[in-house]
Design a protein. Structure first.
Ligand code: ADP
Ligand code: MG
Length: 590
C-alpha cells in the first residue's frame, strides 16, 4: 500500500540531521567547543560525566547570546555566522550551518545559559528532546555561555545502542578536545571527568601547547617548520624520521584553524617522509595551513572534517616541499653538534673531486685489496701506540664529521671531531650518499624509454578522460599515452628507470592520484624505490676494509649530502659521542 507524501515534523528532521552531526558524545563536544571559539572565548571549561554519555557541560567566557535570540539558537538552519552565499564562500568561522545546537537539543535534555556583556544577569532556555520547556527565563551566571547536554539519545534508543563504554567515549572526547586545544594555544582550557580534573592547559604559545599535549617523545623529536608563499602559509612541528611511530595517531593537521582529515595533506606528509621513513612507519606532525578561504570549500561534510581545495596540486606541492625543507635543514641539527648545526648540507656537487672516489666505490672493481692488509696493520699499530693514534691531519679538526681513525669489524667507521667521537654505519651512510646523488641526477630530467611495442591497456571512460586531461603532465613524467578507443589506452613511453615495473598498474595509479590529489607521487615513489635499490646494491658492503683516506672521503661526502644522517629506512647513519658522553661512560669527574 502506498503512503501519501507528507512533510516531516521539525523535530524529526533535526533527529535525522543529528545522525550526521551528533555521532557520539565527542561530536557534541566538538560542536560546542567550536561555538565557544567562534564566540571569542579566552577560557573554556569542559565537564564530562560517564564519558559524556550522561552529561556534557561546556562553559565559555565568550560574547554570549542576547536573550531574544535564544530561541533562534536552537532553531535548525539559524546562524549568526553567515547570511549569504558570498559569506559562505569566504567563511572564516568554524561553524556556519546553524544545525548543531538544533540537532543536539533534539536528542538530549539540553539547556543554554548565557549572558552578554550588556546583560545584568544571565538567561536560560531548556529543551527536552527537541521540545522547548517554559521559554526563556532569567538565570544566574557570568558573561559567556554554558551549554549543558544530559542523557544523550535518551529519546532515540536505537542510536543509544551504538554508544560504547564510558571509557571509550571519554577517549573520543579527549581526542577531540586535544585536537582543538592544539589549534588554539591562546585559549586556556580545563577538562573534568566525573568531578576530577584530567587536563588543564594555560594560555601560551603553540610550542608550549604542543609540548603539553604531545609530551616528551615529540618534544625531543620535533623540528619546527614555517613556510609562506603567496596565498598559502604553513607552520608547525614535524618529527625527526628517527622518532617515527607504528600508527598515524599523532598527526594533527589544520586548515584555517579547523582540524581536518584531508587526503591531499596526508598524502603530502607521507610522500615527504617516504625517503627517510621505513614503509609503514608514521611521523608525528602538528601542521597548520592557512589559505585564502575562497580557495577551499569547507562545506563538503556535515562535521566539516573534510574539505576540498580548489587547487589541490598546488597545496600538495606546497606542503610536501615545506616538510622536505624542514627535514633537510634538520639533518644538520640532529646530532646536536655545534659544528654540524652551522654547516649547511649542500647537495652533492658533481665536480667535487671526491665524487670520483665515490664513483670508484660504486664500481665493483675497488682498489681495496692491496690496501686491506695495510689498513689492518695500521689499526693494530694505533691500538698499541697511544701517540700514533692521533691522526696526523688533526689540524682540520673543525670538519663536522672529523677524521677517520679506524674501522671496526668492517662495519663501523670511527672518527674524531672537535666535540669527541663519531661513529658511522659505513654501508648505510654510503647508501644514503649514493641515493641522494641518484635523485639529483633524476631531478635533472627523466630519461624516457620508447617501447618497441606500445602496451595496450583497458581503461574506463573516466581513466581515458583523465589521461587526456593530464596529458602534458604525463609526458613530463615520461609517459606518452595515446587513446586508441573509448576504453583503450596505449602506453608508448615510460621512464627508463621504471622499465622493470608493471606499466599498466603504474599508469592506473598515476591517473587516479593525478585526479584526486593532483600529485605525481606514485611515479616519484616508484622511481625512488628503484634508485634506493640501486644505491643499496652499489653501496660499499659491510666487511670491506677501507683505508683512512677512503673513510675520510666518505665522511666528506656525507657532509655534502642532504639528509645524510639517516639511511633510506630512517635509521641513523652516524652518531656523535661527545667527550662529556665518554666521560660519563667512565664515571669520570664524579
Ligand atoms: P553555527 O555554529 O553553525 O552557527 P550552531 O547551531 O552551532 O550553528 O549555533 C547556532 C548559533 O548559536 C550560532 O550561530 C551562534 O550565534 C549561537 N551560539 C552557539 N553557541 C554559542 C556560544 N558558545 N557563544 C555565543 N553564541 C553561541
Ligand atoms: Mg556551531
Amino acid at each position: 500500500m502506498r503512503k501519501a507524501i507528507a512533510a516531516l515534523p521539525d523535530t524529526l528532521i533535526s533527529q535525522i540531521a543529528a545522525g550526521e552531526v551528533v555521532e557520539r558524545p565527542a561530536s557534541v563536544v566538538k560542536e560546542v567547543l567550536e561555538n565557544a571559539i567562534d564566540a571569542g572565548a579566552q577560557a573554556i571549561t569542559v565537564r564530562l560525566e560517564e564519558g559524556g554519555i550522561q552529561r556534557i557541560s561546556i562553559q565559555d567566557d565568550g560574547m554570549g547570546i542576547p536573550s531574544h535570540e535564544l530561541p533562534l539558537a536552537i532553531l535548525r538552519h539559524a546562524t549568526s555566522k553567515i547570511a549569504s552565499l558570498s559569506d559562505l564562500e569566504s567563511v572564516a568561522s568554524l561553524g556556519f550551518r546553524g544545525e548543531a545546537l538544533a540537532s543536539i537539543a533534539s536528542v538530549s535534555r539540553f539547556s543554554i545559559t548565557t549572558r552578554t556583556r550588556e546583560d545584568d544577569h544571565a538567561w536560560q532556555i531548556q529543551v527536552n528532546g527537541g521540545q522547548t520547556v517554559g521559554g526563556v527565563t532569567p538565570a544566574s551566571g557570568p558573561t559567556g555561555t554554558t551549554i549543558d547536554v544530559q542523557d544523550l539519545y535518551f529519546n532515540t534508543p536505537a542510536r543509544r545502542k551504538f554508544l560504547k563504554s564510558a571509557s571509550t567515549e571519554l577517549g573520543h572526547c579527549l581526542d577531540v578536545i586535544r585536537r582543538i586545544a592544539l589549534s588554539r594555544p591562546d585559549i586556556s582550557m580545563a577538562v573534568w571527568h566525573n568531578g576530577k580534573i584530567t587536563e588543564r592547559w594555560a594560555q601560551g604559545n603553540i610550542e608550549q601547547r604542543v609540548d603539553a599535549i604531545l609530551g616528551q617523545e615529540f618534544h625531543e623529536a620535533k623540528i619546527p617548520l614555517e613556510q609562506v608563499s603567496g596565498a598559502l602559509s604553513i607552520r608547525g612541528f614535524i618529527s625527526k624520521p628517527t622518532a617515527s611511530r607504528a600508527r598515524a595517531d599523532q598527526q594533527y593537521s589544520y586548515v584555517n584553524g579547523r582540524f581536518v582529515r584531508d587526503k591531499v595533506i596526508q598524502h603530502a606528509i607521507r610522500s615527504a617522509y617516504q625517503d627517510v621513513l621505513h614503509g609503514d612507519r608514521q611521523p608525528m606532525v602538528v601542521l597548520s595551513l592557512e589559505i585564502d578561504p575562497q580557495l577551499v570549500d569547507v562545506n563538503v561534510h556535515p562535521a566539516k572534517t573534510e574539505l576540498r581545495f580548489r587547487e589541490s596540486g598546488a597545496v600538495h606541492q606546497f606542503v610536501f616541499k615545506a616538510i622536505q625543507n624542514a627535514l633537510g635543514v634538520a639533518a644538520g641539527h640532529n646530532a646536536g653538534t655545534p659544528s654540524l648545526a652551522s654547516h649547511s648540507f649542500a647537495p652533492v656537487s658533481s665536480n667535487h673531486g671526491l665524487n670520483t672516489w665515490m664513483a670508484s666505490m660504486s664500481n665493483s672493481s675497488l682498489p681495496l685489496k692491496a690496501d686491506s692488509k695495510n689498513s689492518m696493520d695500521q689499526f693494530f699499530i694505533r691500538q698499541n701506540d697511544p701517540i700514533a693514534s692521533q691522526p696526523s691531519h688533526q689540524t682540520h679538526s673543525d670538519l663536522p664529521l672529523g677524521h677517520a681513525i679506524a674501522q671496526i669489524h668492517g662495519i663501523y667507521i670511527l672518527a674524531q671531531n672537535q666535540s669527541g667521537l663519531v661513529l658511522v654505519d659505513m654501508h648505510a651512510a654510503h647508501e644514503r650518499v649514493l641515493y641522494e646523488k641518484l635523485k639529483i641526477d633524476l631531478a635533472e630530467g627523466v630519461k624516457v624509454q620508447q617501447l618497441l611495442v606500445p602496451v595496450v591497456m583497458h581503461a574506463s571512460e573516466l581513466e581515458v578522460a583523465k589521461s587526456e586531461e593530464h596529458r602534458e603532465t604525463l609526458v613530463q613524467l615520461g609517459f606518452d599515452i595515446a587513446t586508441l578507443a573509448p576504453t583503450q589506452l596505449a602506453i608508448r613511453t615510460i621512464p627508463t628507470l621504471l622499465q622493470k615495473s608493471d606499466p599498466i598498474g603504474l599508469v592506473r595509479n598515476l591517473l587516479n592520484e593525478l585526479d584526486s590529489t593532483g600529485s605525481k607521487a606514485v611515479v616519484d615513489a616508484a622511481q625512488h624505490e628503484r634508485l634506493a635499490t640501486q644505491a643499496c646494491h652499489a653501496a660499499v658492503r659491510a666487511h670491506r676494509l677501507l683505508t683512512l683516506t677512503e673513510m675520510d672521503a666518505l665522511l666528506r661526502q656525507m657532509e655534502q649530502t642532504e639528509r645524510a644522517d639517516q639511511c633510506n629506512h630512517g635509521r641513523p647513519t652516524w652518531i656523535q659521542l661527545s667527550i662529556q658522553d665518554l666521560d660519563k661512560l667512565f664515571l669520570r669527574g664524579r
